[in-house]
Write a protein that binds this ligand. Sequence first.
Ligand code: PMT
Length: 422
Amino acid sequence: MVGQVMTQSLEGKRILLVVGGGIAAYKSLDLVRRLRERGARVRVVMTAAAREFVTPLAFTSLTNEKVSDDLFSATDEQEMGHIQLSREADLIVVAPATAHLLARAAQGLCDDLATTLLLATDKRALFAPAMNVRMWLAPATQRNVATLRQDGALFAGPDDGEMACGEYGPGRMSEPLEIVAAVEAAIKADTRLPLPVPRTDGPLSGRHVIVTSGPTHEAIDPVRYISNRSSGKQGHAIAAAAAAAGARVTLVSGPVTIADPRGCEVIHIESAREMFAAVEAALPADVFIGAAAVADWRVEAAAQKIKKEQGASAPSFALVENPDILASVARSPKRPRLVVGFAAETRDVIPHAREKLLRKGCDLIVANDVSEGSGVFGGDANEAHLVSHAGVESWPRMRKESVAERLVARLAERLAKSEAAE
Ligand code: PMT
């Protein structure tokens, strides 16, 4: 017999399938098969309750992928963090979506891997509910469904029919092929969640703020790179604080493992030159904040992996200077009204920051001591000094989020003052 040739409508698409704990979980095995037939790559995450109905082994056999279920698995985090897992997918499908899973997702709870992924994702989630008819019709469930819809979630079903419990009515999980059709439609439309509309009554409402954050990776060859210890925590906190203050925020982020802040347009780059191009493309802006630890130098990357030959001497590299993004923005014809740099110093913090303020043509420098033991690179706290042409304001050690809020408040005051003076 000649098999039917399937259209590869989901070729190259990555589906993250969250399997909840209900009897309909057995149908999700067929759903995986149908999705794979259409060219999708499926990765499965199971809740603890789901494992009572089907085994992880069944999903592993069908997907050829590891099944994840543990939020705190050290090996999983090393291989692929939960943030990355949710971001790499083109769509998250929750099938079966039990009443309990819907309730947790609607409330933003993240007490297991499944719900953490749903909260951390920037993609839409498609829920295929499955529960008893009374549970589906219960006002609490209907409220949760309405909340999730408002937040951009999509739904497939539930269908009417006879339930495993013997009752009849809406609550039965849709058939796998119906869910596949909903997946295809969602993929065809944009599966990214829309950015929330910035608030109109914040101190930075109506402003465009560009923030750089994290390290850059400068390739040595296809597998090696030069970088530094920046985690992006400080830059991302600033982007989040500016967005909370009502600004439209473009965050240009180097490779980091932390989540994109909500409410910001995030452009992911790798190298200093890519960061520079992304910043230039994002101009004009009212404020530029360079919090990224941009690599000062790069090497001319080799096209192939540099081989370690027996007996050969170690390779040496000539360093080439990277563009100075901060200095270029400060001298650009599109110069934002406020240009704010950072100075990461290990000694003479304030004098070095003053020198950078002048040399790079900034309005303000946030100086921080990154010497060994300060815990600033990668840590949660910072002790910053705001250096301007008028003087220095030293802040006590505080959480990076508080540094960000304080900085954003100062920037809003400065913008308002400079406009009033015109
Ligand atoms: O990411 P975290 O772990 O939270 O750590 C936060 C931080 C220590 C990275 C942050 O607070 C910080 O100090 N960022 C700036 C790091 C840095 O590269 O400093 P610098 O003194 O080398 O550079 C001075 C300024 O020029 C910075 O604004 C930098 O973004 C900018 N620069 C540097 C080189 C370059 N080629 N282009 C640039 O724009």
